[in-house]
Design a protein around this ligand. Structure first.
Ligand code: TTP
Ligand code: MG
Length: 360
């Protein structure tokens, strides 16, 4: 059957999440930053929304440079909140795993899905799966993403980059050469700055020129392995399988019926959502060492409290620790009401590979 891979990449992920939970900044240029703390403006831009990108602001630049570009304009600068982004990312990855034969998460906002069986190797069906995934993410999280579909990971990745934000690009095997042909070599995923410069020195600027170049010259400059890799990229060849890595944590998050600062009421919710977690812990046959409680307050600020315990596979133990952590949270944050709450177990040991838990 024709292999089909789908690549999903969320649009301006961290900035989109900030806009979502702060209605007052929606529609403005938003820049999310990692502040190093040295001076008030030292650090780097993590991401910028599309509005801010129009001003030339982008990932990786210094906050100082971004502020210069933002001068006199209405631009919102915010610090990163990784805990919040990871919580949403987890939900998206769970959603994706229901839509694929296998999912390989490659970053907080990006994943490859093997959809060969689901699409029966048919690109029209694959395109419909792409539309469905975009709709589900929109419905569940109010977020847009860009999707690329191809016969391997490399083509799928290149396709998702083609139209952003909110794009869907399907590239059939017979279209690959035309699709890649005019792209500058630096746009081919995996070709870095140094390689680009070396290729440019040989007069090679596009994928098509790379394919048309003299193989002996490429071998001479780059060595056989790398030269072959470059030619594979220019022609869209990639045999890497979509590799599903088991997640190193299991968690559940739920929304309270009403905002609350009552330990018993909130804990009841944790108990409720732990049922799904227990099933997963049993299915995966894992034992864990760390229990965390995730709290999201009415201002949508996310905090995590964790405790490391003796190795166990008993979710009841996790619940007892969770209750203690929750009580600790309310003790230290009097008057703060919660909107959502979550529980997580992590720091796994695979029981299948261990003889007895008593070994620990
Ligand atoms: P990307 O997917 O590269 O960027 P993006 O989602 O913000 O924008 P788009 O995909 O629409 O082009 O990265 C995902 C997140 O990772 C991004 O929101 C912030 C973070 N990130 C950094 O912290 N530093 C970086 O240099 C990059 C590239 C991303
Ligand atoms: Mg992205």
């Amino acid at each position: 059957m024709q292999r089909i891979v789908l690549h999903v990449d969320m649009d301006s992920f961290f900035a989109a999440l900030e806009e979502l939970r702060r209605p007052e900044i929606r529609g403005k240029a938003v820049v999310v930053c990692v502040y190093s703390g040295r001076t008030s403006d030292s650090g780097a831009v993590s991401t910028a929304n599309y509005r801010a990108r129009e001003l030339g602001i982008k990932s990786g630049m210094t906050i100082y440079s971004a502020k210069r570009l933002a001068m006199d304009k209405d631009v919102v600068f915010l610090p990163v909140d990784m805990e919040h982004y990871r919580a949403v990312s987890l939900r998206i990855m769970e959603l994706l795993s229901r839509e694929a034969d296998a999912v390989e998460q490659v970053s907080v906002d990006e994943a490859y899905l093997d959809i060969t069986r689901r699409s029966k190797g048919d690109f029209l069906t694959a395109g419909k799966i792409g539309i469905k995934i975009k709709r589900k993410i929109k419905e569940q999280e109010s977020l847009t993403c860009s999707v690329g579909i191809g016969h391997n990971k490399f083509v799928a990745k290149m396709a998702s980059k083609r139209k952003k934000p909110d794009g869907l690009t399907v590239v059939k095997p017979e279209e690959v050469l035309a699709f890649l042909g005019d792209l500058p070599v630096a746009k081919l995923h995996g070709i870095g700055k140094k390689t680009e410069e070396a290729l440019n020195e040989l007069g090679i600027r596009t994928a098509k020129e790379l394919l048309g170049s003299r193989v002996d010259v490429l071998f001479g400059v780059f060595g056989e392995n790398k030269a072959k890799m470059l030619l594979d990229k220019a022609s869209g060849i990639d045999d890497e399988p979509v590799e599903q890595h088991e997640m190193q944590q299991i968690s559940r998050i739920g929304t309270l019926k009403h905002d609350s600062d009552d330990v018993d009421f909130v804990f009841q919710k944790i108990k409720e959502i732990s049922v799904g977690m227990k099933e997963n812990v049993e299915k995966r046959k894992v034992a864990f060492r760390t229990v965390s409680v995730i709290t999201i307050d009415t201002q949508l600020e996310t905090r995590t409290r964790s405790e490391t315990i003796a190795l166990t596979d008993d979710v009841e133990v996790a619940l007892a620790v969770g209750r203690r952590l929750l009580a600790g949270f309310f003790g230290e944050n009097p008057g703060i009401a919660l909107r959502r709450v979550g529980i997580r177990v992590s720091n796994f040991v695979d029981k299948k590979k261990q003889r007895t838990l008593g070994d620990f």
